[in-house]
Structure formats: structure tokens, C-alpha cells
Design a binder for this molecule. Structure first.
Ligand SMILES: [Cu+2]
Length: 576
């Protein structure tokens, strides 16, 4: 009888716990999306072409979730070629199977087949995104992934009731020709992959570009309201400046994490990065319409680049006395390093009670990794279009130019298949030299292809110092790591000094990012704890550099507890 009497109270307790959980947002939702990848015809810059997109949209559909949700995306490949999709900025705890990079964590999804990704959100909150991770397909296959705070919790920077609207702003690029032909040409001859024909904002080049007038992305706004711009640099090859004419931008987040807010006229965003920005509209706007604009920040002035300005329009709908426009923003010059460096230096984690940081103070291992654009030899009888027309362009990390295996590394690791990769990716550059001042010496140009990975014990606290080199030209490189976010603890110009530079690190509130802008002819240091078992790609987010081989892969071993093991291998993994 005692047991029976206790039962109802237990039930009520469970109901109460469940309701409390729902009220404070502990409930985890599972959301479902269908992505149909297929070719769609577009007309831009006075020319039409077909482009691989998702659901006939350029940019693709926005995924919206809350912190901690599970998102299931069934990707149907109705296009003509193999593809994969990566969920950029999602740590995917214990879940490398669904991370996406082709030949790293999976074999590609073949035409006429489908693959259902299971995306596990954990600590991410803010703006992340998704994109193809096969060849150069990202050009058309990408979109925003917005992670709202859990139900019942608030943004740290504004009450959601005071936020009028959020607006995804996706910076992209447009080629009037088929980018796959350029990739084929590169694979054949080792020649450069050429610049896009225009930058785009939400898919449109805007009024400044040929045949762009009248097609620009336009957002109607009201006076005296606060908007949240969720800015993503989905472009393939350019760091970008972005500004809104006569409006200030208050930066509150990056890469799915919050920042201490700061206000700028212009921001700089590298490919792979996201910036969450508050824009307060005017009470009495002078003009009815204002341009948003984006243009290349060129860290290597010797490179050819896309020098057009993409524009979009903000139009005030409730300001009867406002006239004319649009007014253009004052964007910095393309080679304004100072603005770019100053902007990046302002990124600092929020580091609040609700959004704390856990910066590792003690490291177990440090890697120093040089970033370089290199050459590979031209075989006898081959026609090569790399430097000197007698070599092939390549790129490397610690002079190892990464070559995709023919089957994925994750399965090779899981099944202990030999001969797919080597485990000797070096912790330091194979030879030392003045990295950022080689005086154009050709000695350092050549590299070699390999599939070298770095193996980490579970729980290793790793520091990576990315060191740019001026081999074939110094340049910013946006380095992106899958499976983790990391603290960017230091950054500087010239060569990293292991004795003096660590003393200047910020271990208090460094930004927590997944893509770090390594400054041209400089270095950046980051730290993370390898607590996510699996196989995780790391690469430059300039797509042509990834194609050239500026990448490697981490294998993070499993720990001893159930929480430190990979989830079981899904039976549905595509076959090579
Ligand atoms: Cu790069």
C-alpha cells in the first residue's frame, strides 16, 4: 500500500520536472529538413548559367534551431556530380560521421542517392552556416544556420522583445563561367583558379555591377529599431570589408559565440567566419535608402582580385521626410591592412557568468605550422601552368601538401585499414628559415604531396601557432578546424617567437572561434582541448588553397569513458 501511495507523487514529481524543463528550455527539439541538391539556371552579370544549389535557392535555405537541438537534414543529390555537406561551426560531439568533408569523414553522396545527416548542436549559439565540402561546390551550395538561445533564456546583448528583426547577410561570389571547368583545368595543368566576376550580398551583385541594377537584395526597415545582422562570409577566396552607409555596426558575436560588444564603421570578415552585428536604424534618416556594401580586403597586393563592390539596400518605410539615396558607404581601400588588423584585434569573448570561457592555461603540446603556397614539379611531357609555366601550383602546412585519399580517413581509422594515410604530420616546420622574409628565394618553393595526419590522445591540450610564410607571396589565411572551436590567444606580425610571444597572450577573454584569420606575414596562436573523439579536418578556408593542399587532419583518439567514445558508425554511410 505504501508503494501505491508513493506512485502518484512520483508521477507528479516527474511531470513537474518535465514542465520546469520545458519552461526553462531544457527540452531538446529534433528538427527535420530536406535538401535537394540540383542545378538551377540563373542570370547575373548579363549572362546566364546553371549552378549547383540547394532547393533552387542561391544562397540556400536557412536552418533555424535553438541551442542544444538536433537537426536532421536529408540531402538528396539530384545533381550531376558527387557532393557532401558540412555544418560549419557545429562541434558535432562524438559524431564525426556527419561532419561532411569528402574523403575525410565520408565518401561523397553520389548522384541519384541521398544521405541523412544528424547534426548535434551543443555549445553553439549565434550564427553558423552550412556548405558543400566537395571540390568547389560551395560556390552555390551554402546557407545560414541560425542557433537561437534556449527557450526561456535571452541574448546577452538585448531582450528579444526589443530586437525588431534578424537579417541573414550572406557574402558570396559569382562566376559567369562553370567553376568546375577551372577545377579540372587546375588538376590538369596546376594553373591558378581565377577570381570571381563579382561579389554578391544575399545572392545579388547589386547596382554597381553589370546588369545588377534593380536586382539588389533589399530590406525594408523602420525608424528607431534594432536589427540583428547575421553576416556570413561564404565567398571562396576573399577577406571582405563590409559597411552600411552612415550607420554604425555593433559587433556582438562571431562563429556561434558571443563577444564583448564593440562598435565600428567597417568590419572585416574572412571566408568561413560569421559576425553577429546590431544595427540601430535612425530616428530621422536623411535619405530614404542606404547601401550596404562589401569589397575585397586584399592582404597580398600582388595578387589579382575581384575589385568590384557588391551592394544591397536598406529602405526606410516610415520616414516621409527622407528623400533620395541610396547613399554609398565609405569602404576602406582594398589594401587597408590597418583597418583589417585593428578590427580583428577587437574580438574578445564575452566571458560572463552565463557565457563563461575556459581558456587552457597549461598546454600539453605545441605545434608550429607554416602556411605556404608552393610548387610541385611538372612531369616530362606535361603542359603546366603554375609559376614559370613549368611547375604546378600547390600549397602546404609544414611543407606537407595534403592529398585526398580515395576513401575516407574516418573509415580507414575505424576499420584500421592500412595505406590510406600516414601519422607523421610534423609538429614543427621541417626546416627553419626567415619565414616572412625569404627575399623571393626559390629554394622554398617546392613541396611534396602526402596524406599526413596528426594523432592526438583524448584530452590533449594543444596549442597551434599558425605561421604565415612569404613563399610565393605572404597572404592572410583563414584557418578553419572541424570538430572544435578554439581560443585565439595571440597574434602578431613577423615570425613567432616562442620565448617572448606567449607572455603577451590573452588568456582572459580571447575570442572563441572556428576560423582564425592568420595575418599576412604574421602568426596566430590558438588553443583547444581535444575532447571530441573522431577525425577532424583542418584547412585554409580560401577554397583554392584547400584544393592546392593547405590542409591536414586530426585523429583524436577515444578516451576510456562512454562519453569519450565516438557514436556508433551509421550503417547508411555512403560508399566510395
Ligand atoms: Cu590560405
Amino acid at each position: 500500500m505504501v508503494g501505491v501511495a508513493k506512485m502518484p507523487s512520483m508521477v507528479w514529481l516527474l511531470v513537474a520536472v518535465f514542465m520546469l524543463g520545458a519552461a526553462v528550455g531544457l527540452a531538446q527539439n529534433t528538427l527535420h529538413y530536406d535538401f535537394f541538391v540540383k542545378e538551377t539556371t540563373y542570370s547575373k552579370l548579363c549572362k546566364s548559367k546553371s549552378l549547383l544549389t540547394v532547393n533552387d535557392m542561391f544562397p540556400g535555405p536557412t536552418i533555424t534551431a535553438r541551442k542544444g537541438d538536433i537537426v536532421i537534414v536529408n540531402v538528396h543529390n539530384q545533381g550531376p556530380k558527387n557532393i557532401t555537406i558540412h555544418w560549419h561551426g557545429v562541434d558535432q560531439p562524438r559524431n564525426p560521421w556527419y561532419d561532411g568533408p569528402e574523403f575525410i569523414t565520408q565518401c561523397p553522396i553520389q548522384p541519384g542517392t541521398n544521405f541523412t545527416y544528424e547534426i548535434l548542436l551543443s555549445e553553439e549559439e549565434g550564427t553558423i552556416w552550412w556548405h558543400a565540402h566537395s571540390g568547389l561546390d560551395r560556390a552555390g551550395v551554402h546557407g545560414a544556420f541560425i542557433v537561437h538561445p534556449k527557450r526561456g533564456t535571452e541574448y546577452p546583448f538585448i531582450k528579444s522583445t526589443e530586437l525588431h528583426k534578424e537579417i541573414p547577410i550572406i557574402l558570396g561570389e559569382w562566376w559567369t563561367s562553370d567553376l568546375n571547368l577551372q577545377l579540372e583545368e587546375y588538376l590538369k595543368t596546376g594553373g591558378e583558379i581565377h577570381n570571381s566576376n563579382a561579389h554578391t550580398i544575399n545572392g545579388e551583385p547589386g547596382d554597381m555591377m553589370p546588369c545588377g541594377r534593380g536586382h539588389a537584395f533589399k530590406e525594408d526597415v523602420l525608424t528607431n529599431k534594432t536589427y540583428l545582422l547575421r553576416i556570413i562570409n561564404a565567398g571562396l577566396d576573399n577577406d571582405m570589408f563590409f559597411a552600411v552607409a552612415d550607420h554604425l555596426l555593433t559587433v556582438v558575436g562571431t562563429d556561434g559565440r558571443y563577444l564583448k560588444e564593440f562598435t565600428v564603421q567597417t568590419l572585416m570578415i574572412s571566408p568561413g567566419q560569421t559576425m553577429d552585428v546590431l544595427l540601430k536604424t535612425k530616428e530621422f534618416p536623411t535619405y530614404r535608402r542606404y547601401y550596404m556594401g562589401s569589397r575585397t580586403y586584399l592582404s597580398n597586393p600582388r595578387l589579382a582580385f575581384q575589385n568590384g563592390t557588391a551592394t544591397a539596400i536598406l529602405e526606410y518605410k516610415d520616414a516621409p521626410r527622407a528623400r533620395g539615396g541610396p547613399l554609398l558607404p565609405n569602404l576602406p581601400n582594398n589594401t587597408d591592412h590597418e583597418t583589417a588588423i585593428q578590427y580583428t584585434a577587437q574580438l574578445r569573448s564575452l566571458a560572463s557568468t552565463a557565457h563563461p570561457v575556459a581558456v587552457p592555461e597549461v598546454i600539453n603540446e605545441r605545434m608550429v605550422i607554416t602556411l605556404a603556397v608552393n610548387t610541385l614539379p611538372c612531369a616530362i611531357g606535361e603542359m603546366c601552368r603554375g609559376p614559370g609555366n613549368n611547375s604546378r601550383l600547390a600549397a602546404s602546412l609544414n611543407n606537407a601538401s595534403f592529398e585526398d585519399p580515395h576513401t575516407d580517413i574516418l573509415d580507414a581509422y575505424y576499420y584500421s585499414t592500412k595505406g590510406i594515410y600516414e601519422t607523421d604530420f610534423p609538429n614543427v616546420p621541417p626546416f627553419l628559415f626567415n619565414f616572412t622574409n625569404t627575399n623571393g628565394s626559390r629554394r622554398y618553393w617546392p613541396t611534396k604531396r602526402s596524406t599526413k595526419v596528426k594523432v592526438l590522445e583524448y584530452g590533449t591540450v594543444l596549442e597551434i601557432v599558425f605561421q604565415d610564410t612569404d613563399i610565393l607571396g605572404a597572404e592572410n589565411h583563414p584557418m578553419h578546424l572541424h570538430g572544435f572551436a578554439f581560443y585565439v590567444v595571440g597574434r602578431g606580425l613577423g615570425n613567432f617567437n616562442a620565448t617572448t610571444d606567449p607572455a603577451k597572450y590573452n588568456l582572459i577573454d580571447p575570442p572563441y572561434q572556428n576560423t582564425v584569420t592568420v595575418p599576412t606575414a604574421g602568426w596566430a596562436a590558438m588553443r583547444f582541448k581535444a575532447e571530441n573523439p573522431g577525425v577532424w579536418f583542418m584547412h585554409c578556408h580560401f577554397d583554392r588553397h584547400t584544393v592546392f593542399g593547405m590542409s591536414t587532419t586530426f585523429i583524436v583518439k577515444e578516451g576510456t569513458t562512454p562519453e569519450s567514445k565516438m557514436r556508433p558508425r551509421p550503417a547508411s554511410m555512403p560508399k566510395c
